[in-house]
Design a protein around this ligand. Structure first.
Ligand SMILES: NC(=O)c1ccc[n+]([C@@H]2O[C@H](COP(=O)([O-])OP(=O)(O)OC[C@H]3O[C@@H](n4cnc5c(N)ncnc54)[C@H](OP(=O)(O)O)[C@@H]3O)[C@@H](O)[C@H]2O)c1
Length: 245
C-alpha cells in the first residue's frame, strides 16, 4: 500500500484530495486539528490530530506514522487560511497567525517529511498551496500575499536542495475556490456575482478542479516536474480579455 499524507484534510480542498487519492489507489492519511471534524468529513480514512503550526505536534505526528509503519511518499499540504482586510486594520496577532498557518506550517511539515524520506532512503513528492494573490497584486490581501510568496520561495529552494534525492516539490496557486474558506465571500448573491466577474473563464474553481492537479503532481505521472508554481485560476493571473462596451 502507498500512502498520501493529506494535511488540512477536513477542509474543502483537503477532503477532495483525500477522496481522489483513495480512488487512485492510495491510502490517505488525514491530518487536522480536530479529530471530530476529520471523522465527520472523512469517516473511512485514518485520522491524525495535530496543529501543524506547533513543532512538537509536527514531530509527534511523524513519530506516530513511523511507529505505525505508515510511511507516506506523497505529502499534499492543504493547511492554510486567508486574510482580506485593509492593511491598517490588520492586528499583529492576525498577521502572526496568517504567517504561522500558511508559511510556518508548510516549512515545519516539509522538514519532518523530508527527514523521514531521507532516513528511509525513499524518493517522494510534495504539493503545497499558494494563491493567485501572490502572483498579481490584489488590494487588501497584503498579509496573505506575503505569506504565500514566502511559501513559493521556500518551495523553489527546497526543490533545488532535494532534486538529486528524487524528492519533487511543486506549488499550486488557486484562484477563488468553493470551500468552507470562501463561504463568507460567496454566500450572498451579490458577493458571488462580483467574484465571478473577476475571472476570464466563467465560473469558479471547485475543490475537485484543484484536487485533480494536486493528485497528479503528487503522483509518478508528474515524475519530471519539480520546482513549479502552477495556477488554477481561470486565467486570472495571466490574461485580461477585452471588456466589451
Ligand atoms: N479556497 C480558495 O479560494 C483558496 C484560494 C487560494 C489558495 N487557497 C489555499 O488552498 C489551501 C486549502 O484551502 P481550502 O479552501 O481547502 O481551506 P479550508 O477549507 O479552510 O481548509 C483549511 C484546512 O486547514 C486546516 N488547518 C488550519 N489551520 C491548521 C493548523 N494550524 N494545523 C492543522 N490544520 C490546520 C483546517 O482544519 P481544522 O480547522 O479542522 O484544523 C482545514 O482542514 C490553503 O492553503 C488555502 O490558503 C485556497
Amino acid at each position: 500500500m502507498t500512502y498520501t499524507l493529506v494535511t488540512g484534510a477536513s477542509g474543502g480542498i483537503g477532503q477532495a484530495v483525500a477522496r481522489l487519492a483513495a480512488r487512485e489507489g492510495q491510502e490517505p492519511l488525514c491530518v487536522g486539528r480536530s479529530a471530530e471534524r476529520l471523522q465527520q468529513a472523512l469517516p473511512d480514512y485514518r485520522h491524525f490530530e495535530a496543529d501543524l503550526t506547533k513543532e512538537p505536534q509536527i514531530r509527534a505526528l511523524f513519530e506516530r506514522l513511523e511507529a505505525e509503519e505508515r510511511v507516506p511518499q506523497t505529502l499534499v499540504h492543504c493547511v492554510g487560511s486567508t486574510l482580506i482586510a485593509p492593511l491598517e486594520r490588520v492586528t499583529f496577532l492576525q498577521y502572526a497567525e496568517t504567517m504561522a498557518t500558511n508559511l510556518s506550517s508548510a516549512i515545519g511539515t516539509c522538514q519532518q517529511f523530508i527527514s523521514l524520506l531521507k532516513r528511509r532512503r525513499l524518493p517522494g513528492s510534495i504539493v503545497l498551496f499558494s494563491s493567485v494573490v501572490s502572483r498579481i497584486g490584489v488590494s487588501n490581501h497584503e498579509i496573505i500575499a506575503a505569506a504565500k510568496a514566502g511559501l513559493e520561495g521556500f518551495a523553489l529552494s527546497a526543490a533545488a536542495s532535494h532534486a538529486a534525492l528524487g524528492i519533487r516539490i511543486n506549488v499550486i496557486a488557486p484562484g477563488l475556490t468553493e470551500t468552507p474558506l470562501t463561504r463568507p465571500l460567496l454566500s450572498s448573491e451579490a458577493g458571488r456575482n462580483a467574484a465571478i466577474k473577476q475571472y476570464p473563464l466563467a465560473g469558479l474553481n471547485s475543490a475537485d478542479d484543484v484536487a485533480e492537479l494536486a493528485c497528479w503532481l503528487g503522483s509518478a505521472k508528474a515524475a519530471r516536474i519539480t520546482g513549479q508554481v502552477i495556477a488554477v485560476d481561470g486565467g486570472f493571473s495571466r490574461i485580461r480579455p477585452l471588456v466589451r462596451a
